[in-house]
Design a protein around this ligand. Structure first.
Ligand code: DX5
Ligand code: ZN
Length: 228
């Protein structure tokens, strides 16, 4: 299947990326079709290895199975210790965007370049305790920056407002770079917290619980996140 890197999407529009971590794992394909129909822009897939984070979620075989459930871009967030060993496998399974963490102990620049060669857009994510300056050496290689607004590992946690200055700082860095880099936020994003992250400069909202478990329905939840 042709890749749909996130570089094909505008960086000046609010994009909503529902996280399937909050979907029904017994019926993932169904939930992905429902969330696409509800107006999602991107499907966010959280991969956890039980080592980089204290939780285990899903891997390449599941991504390969659910790839056919939607034509939307698949944004794969790798919360794993040795992403360089696996990017080829994730790209082959159907990932369009691959995001690794800046805290991993490997040659980050090399892995980001490998992601690009695989036809995927490349992203770098920061844990809440990691400073924005950690991104500086890699800005030229990035299509997306993912700011974690909770400690990675679990859905349903409370948004950390102390991340807002970091989002603002990264927005400045992106604007100064002159490059089209998406600024994505992930963790505790809902109708109440989205306005502040958007005001701080984010353009891409990951939302698990607030979309898949929305009492008002997924379409209304996605519209509200966009401020419509
Ligand atoms: C957390 C994951 C998130 C998570 C977000 O480690 O990266 O994508 O699914 O879930 P909510 O939106 O429920 O905080
Ligand atoms: Zn995520």
């Amino acid at each position: 299947m042709d890749k749909k890197p996130l570089t094909l999407l505008p960086t000046d529009r609010i994009l909503v990326a529902p996280s399937i971590l909050a979907a029904d794992f017994a019926d993932l394909g169904h939930d992905i079709r429902r969330v696409e129909a509800a107006g999602a822009d991107i499907i966010h897939v959280d991969v956890m290895d039980g080592h980089f984070v204290p939780n285990i979620s899903l891997g390449p075989p599941v991504i390969q199975s659910i790839r056919k459930s939607s034509a939307l871009p698949y944004d794969v967030h790798l919360m794993i210790s040795e992403p360089g060993r696996y990017v080829e496998t994730f790209a082959a399974a159907g990932a369009d965007q691959l995001t690794i963490h800046v805290e991993v102990d490997e040659d980050i620049g090399q892995t980001l370049a490998a992601i690009g060669r695989l036809g995927c857009s490349a992203g770098l994510s920061l844990r809440p305790g990691t400073d924005a300056e950690a991104l500086v050496p890699y800005l030229d290689l990035l299509d997306l920056i993912l700011v974690m607004t909770v400690e990675p590992g679990f859905g349903g946690q409370a948004f950390r407002p102390e991340m807002l200055p970091k989002i603002r700082r990264i927005r400045q860095m992106i604007d100064q770079s002159g490059r089209a880099i998406h600024l994505e936020v992930d963790g505790g994003i809902d109708a109440r917290t989205a306005p502040a992250v958007l005001e701080a400069g984010a353009n891409m909202l990951v939302a698990g619980t607030s979309v898949f478990k929305a009492p008002e329905g997924m379409a209304a939840a996605i519209r509200t996140l966009r401020g419509e």
